[in-house]
Design a protein around this ligand. Structure first.
Ligand code: 3PG
Length: 392
């Protein structure tokens, strides 16, 4: 696959697919991580005096023009981050957009309106893809987070543009994730949490042969505890995935992967509770639910991380939004960051949790992807990446 540095972009109209699907609050960008993650590519393209056309989706407007999902606030925020004007087009295709694109001077940037205001984007309609492709002389994908979607701007446009490649963000994501799958630095530990086993079975099964240690927390640990014969009071767990959890535990054992499940839990009446208690997994009260790993488990997990060479993290270990239930995630996050290891994490909740623990910057690599991160780790081929590979 070509990277942007191998493309001739000087003074050309360069269509860059970015993922600016960011949270907005009161009409302003509430978290600019995904914008910052593209700055290296944008600065490089600016240094080459490219005429930059940025395209993104925001939310899921399902082909309707939803005012609250306009990318206008993103153009404003990006202008601040770059210290230069980012023009904004009121649409993403059509005559007015073409006029704006064709009058761009070298070194200028234009952000198009939300691609998903057209159904053609998610349906990968060839006519819509051609209307976008018409704007571009060169196509760059710097939107790892949407590479698992076979949408028009991800797979359609590159098939109509001859010069295509990956931006720095995408290239970096592929580099770290491929290294993990192909030649991981051992020993490898996977820290996995979040609510559901069901969404992570594919990742667990694909990663198991590469792992030395599997550390399970969050509500999904409850399903594993039930699989291991425990009762978990009123805690959330997925009954229909207990058998799957058993299979994962057996496979781990067969493959020599050491599994760490909680040995104690922080339990309370409900997630808004203001009081909680620490109980052993053998003594979870019938009327209480677990919302964090317990004190002994924090120690156990922290010790398990000592000396590992690669740590991959997806999913918080407790309901960290309530500070009563944040200790597990914070302690294990800090311990991970303090290791002399390659530390990788992905997923929106995970990144928020690492920020809260004050260690996000200490991680070697934070994926901008949620679904894309998981699908890559499941071993699936992402359509947005495949199309670029075929072009080279
Ligand atoms: C994401 O936030 O994971 C990507 O932007 C993809 O968004 P989607 O799930 O709406 O396709």
């Amino acid at each position: 696959m070509k990277t942007i540095e191998q493309l001739s972009i000087s003074e050309k109209r360069v269509f860059i697919r970015v993922d600016y699907n960011v949270p907005l609050e009161n009409g302003q960008v509430a978290d600019d991580t995904r914008l910052r993650a593209t700055l290296a590519t944008l600065k490089y393209a600016l240094s080459k005096k490219a005429k930059i056309i940025l395209a993104s989706h925001l939310g899921r407007p399902k082909g309707k023009r939803v005012l609250e999902l306009s990318l206008a606030p993103v153009a404003k925020k990006l202008s601040e981050l770059l210290g230069q004007e980012v023009k904004f087009a009121p649409d993403c295709i059509g005559e007015e957009v073409e006029r704006m694109v064709f009058s761009l001077a070298p070194g200028e940037i234009l952000l198009l309106e939300n691609l998903r205001f057209y159904e053609g984007e998610t349906k990968n309609d060839p006519e819509f893809a051609k209307a976008l492709a018409k704007l571009a002389e060169v196509y760059v994908n710097d939107a790892f987070a949407v590479c698992h979607r076979a949408h028009a701007s991800v797979v359609g446009v590159p098939s109509y543009v001859s010069e295509c490649g990956a931006g720095f963000l995408l290239a970096r994501e592929i580099k770290y994730l491929s290294a993990l799958l192909e030649k991981p630095k051992k020993p490898v530990a996977l820290v996995i949490g979040g609510a559901k086993v069901s969404t992570k079975v594919g990742v667990l099964m694909n990663l198991l042969p590469r792992l030395d240690k599997l550390i399970v927390g969050g509500a999904m640990a409850n399903t594993f505890l039930v699989a291991d014969g425990h009762t978990v009071g009123t805690s959330f767990y997925e009954e229909e995935f207990v058998e799957e959890a058993k299979k994962i535990l057996t496979t781990a054992q067969e493959q020599g992967v050491k599994v760490y499940l909680p040995v104690d839990l922080v339990v309370a009446d409900d997630k808004e509770a203001t009081e909680a208690e620490n109980v052993s997994i053998f003594e979870v009260p019938a009327d209480k639910a677990a919302f964090d790993i317990g004190k002994e488990t924090r120690k156990l997990f922290a010790e398990a991380l000592a000396g590992v060479a690669t740590i991959v993290w997806n999913g918080p270990l407790g309901l960290f939004e309530n500070e009563l239930f944040a200790k597990g995630t914070i302690k294990v996050a800090r311990k991970s960051a303090a290791q002399n290891a390659i530390t990788m994490a992905g997923g929106g909740d995970t990144l928020r949790a690492l920020k809260m623990a004050g260690v996000a910057r200490a991680f070697s690599y934070l994926s901008t992807g949620g679904g894309a991160f998981l699908e890559f780790l499941e071993g699936k081929k992402l359509p947005g990446i495949e199309v670029l590979e075929k072009k080279s």
